[in-house]
Design a protein around this ligand. Sequence first.
Ligand code: GDP
Length: 406
Amino acid sequence: MQSPLSPTRPKSPWGRFDPYDFPEDQDKEYVGFATLPNQVHRKSVKKGFDFTLMVAGESGLGKSTLVNSLFLTDLYKDRKLLNAEERITQTVEITKHTVDIEEKGVKLKLTIVDTPGFGDAVNNTECWKSVADYIDQQFEQYFRDESGLNRKNIQDNRVHCCLYFISPFGHGLRPLDVEFMKALHEKVNIVPILAKADTLTPIEVKKKKFKIREEIQQYGIKIYQFPDCDSDEDEDFKQQDQELKDSIPFAVIGSNTVVEAKGKRVRGRLYPWGIVEVENSAHCDFVKLRNMLVRTHMQDLKDVTRETHYENYRAHCIQSMTRMVVKERNRNKLTRESGTDFPIPVIPSTTDTETEKLIREKDEEVQRRHSEHEPEQEHSHDEHSDRPLEPHSEPGLDPGPEPEAS
Ligand code: GDP
């Protein structure tokens, strides 16, 4: 039998997860804010989610096959493969595919950004540049939209994660891999992937992973750092978390075909000597990667994009805009002073002084943010999130693309 409700106890309108629905709580008095998580949950489910994933790396490493295997869709229906001659002259292109997927009533707008042509040319100097520019352009668009009048329906196209594919045939990282990751690690969360793991024996996979991890550290590449798990988490969870961290770079296998293995139909690759199963964790890290991307870390990848990468971009932008305004103002003052026979005293108007004060304050804030983060960077920890901090470039050295003055 149900116990009678306390008259002051609010009944959650979204019933199913009513936090007051415990018999021991029935006669207590509540204000009702324990339903807040339900309200947030309901609102976000209604709004839907979005996620932008970039895949990069030499062509032929299995990027499109993996994306299709990850999201069980055919995102590359219209892809046109170029021949060798066309590929020599082709420059790095950025293509975008968007699909709306729904699972148990939860909608996800998934955007895949691909970089065909990367590493295909004879001379690949700076071929990461168009990828870096693309990421900056998305930040710039978001910055403009955020500063505009209609901030309600901003479309967020910022890249939340970049899966960087490393060839299984080399001895660790190639110079192009190092160059790409170093050029982009302050703009996007990089997750390294060891491609086509079925071409390597388990011992080779282990050795290659070790070498790649070592080189990532040696070259100072800052890949996406999984957040530390809370000390009060249970042991199973802690072990899974550690296993996930030790799996970097994820050794993956992709396949667009379903084969029969031990009486079951599975996604896999059929060879004369046997079958490799994409979703078998004894064969590769595909499931670990998918769980990380979708089940456990999607929100964190978005948070780090917003709080670290976009904030860095925004700080640079504001700083360079401020400099431009101050420079312009000083030039105007100079021309006013030198353009006359007798010096006219410049009487600063109130608005001018106020604007200058505001600009100075903003500049100081940006400087403060940088100097606050710099010492922490040496300890590589962020006091709030226990995550190694994303470094900031030297102020003034690389201000990033400046939005047009409007
Ligand atoms: P992309 O150019 O990087 O997008 O590569 P594709 O996905 O088009 O794959 C290129 C070729 O590699 C195709 O023939 C795929 O069937 C094959 N391939 C894809 N994934 C794997 C894999 O995990 N292992 C092996 N051995 N071959 C793969």
